[in-house]
Design a protein around this ligand. Structure first.
Ligand code: SF4
Ligand code: SF4
Length: 274
């Protein structure tokens, strides 16, 4: 008999891009993720997820509240998006702050999906008009001690999310870095595995887009950004930012998107490149 793992997917201050990215998973297909066993004998039971659920209004919220009360310590809470102050963010008649506080208190683990949730991301960009906080900081402010896994990315790769959940079901908490990201996916710098690295090492730099060469002088944040995009690639292995000719914009790091101009060589890059 298969074991059920209840999951609640809460959406805070976000654009739903993280949901769309994960729903586009092809290997495994999202249908198999949701309907079949994600790992042998274990099934994700996604009970609440605004982007895809057919229920709406009170019946949908009743399921969420019932899960919170009847499955304490059993369900995984996924939070997509950051948490605005007070009435800048409201859901089903209460603030997002209250909703996340109550849901997180009773969860077995919290997955902060996407850079908005993990670090604040776009909603936290200066001047942060709604006072958002990332989920981990918010829970620490509320003194809620639940394990948190950050899966940043704007958006995150579907493999980063599904691989982390599979790891959680099979082995428990994955090994995390100092920013609570699974080392499995965020353990190396983009710069370490970049296919344009030989150009960097020879000092051959692109001066404008479409030039041959390393994109460092066009503002590439690869020397600072931890993620496995160069070896995993995107859209089921079709392409990724640097292969497509665009510098890495550092979307998996806490400083995104405020780290100076995305397409400008920064003082920061000069200090960090080795
Ligand atoms: S600076 Fe960017 S483009 Fe150049 S090698 Fe590093 S990651 Fe690749
Ligand atoms: S290459 Fe950089 S900007 Fe592109 S998805 Fe990966 S971490 Fe984000």
């Amino acid at each position: 008999m298969r074991k059920e793992f209840p999951v609640i997917w809460f959406q805070g201050a976000a654009c739903s891009g993280c949901a769309v990215s994960v729903l586009n998973s092809l290997s495994p297909n999202i249908k198999n993720v949701l309907l079949d066993e994600l790992v042998p004998g274990k099934h994700i039971n996604l009970l609440f997820m605004p982007t895809v659920m057919t229920a709406s209004g009170k019946p949908a919220v009743d399921v969420l509240i019932d899960t919170e009360k009847s499955k304490k310590g059993e369900y995984i809470l996924i939070v997509e998006g950051s948490i605005p102050v007070g009435h800048f963010g409201e859901v089903w008649g209460e603030t997002m702050e209250n909703a996340v506080e109550n849901l997180a208190k009773n969860a077995s683990a919290v997955i902060s999906l996407g850079t908005c949730s993990a670090f604040g991301g776009i909603p936290k960009g200066k001047p942060n008009p709604t006072g958002v906080r990332n989920v981990k900081d918010f829970l620490e402010q509320k003194n809620i001690k639940v394990p948190v896994i950050n899966i940043p990315g704007c958006p995150p790769h579907p493999d980063w999310f599904i691989g982390t959940v599979a790891n959680l079901l099979l082995f428990g908490m994955p090994e995390l870095d100092e920013l609570c990201r699974p080392k499995l996916f965020y353990g190396k710098l983009i710069h370490e595995n970049c296919e344009r690295r030989p150009y960097f090492d020879k000092g051959k730099f692109a001066k404008k887009f479409s030039d041959e060469g390393c994109l460092y002088e066009l503002g590439c944040k690869g020397p600072y950004t931890n993620a496995d995009c160069p070896i995993r690639s995107w859209n089921s292995g079709v392409n990724w930012c640097i292969q497509a000719g665009g510098p890495c914009i550092g979307c998996c790091e806490p400083e995104f998107p405020d780290l100076e101009a995305m397409y400008k060589k920064t003082k920061w890059s000069e200090q960090n490149v080795e």
